[in-house]
Design a protein. Structure first.
Length: 64
């Protein structure tokens, strides 16, 4: 779970796992320090944890 300063509006991470690439953006529109409101994987809302895959390219958006 992200924990950041309240004044950070967003940050980005590029993560490589085996032969996969994950483009992660964490957005903080309400100035929170911690907590996640919604997670999207390739524009689809997910309810559980993200399972890392061996191959592919994925976009993850975390809304705090």
């Amino acid at each position: 779970m992200p924990c950041i300063p309240k004044d950070w509006k967003e940050y980005k991470i590029k993560y490589k796992w085996k032969n996969s690439f994950y483009n992660i953006i964490v957005k903080n529109p309400n100035g929170k320090n911690t907590g996640v409101s919604k997670i999207l994987l390739n524009n689809n809302v997910i309810e559980n944890n993200i399972k890392l895959e061996d191959y592919g390219s994925y976009n993850i958006e975390v809304i705090m």
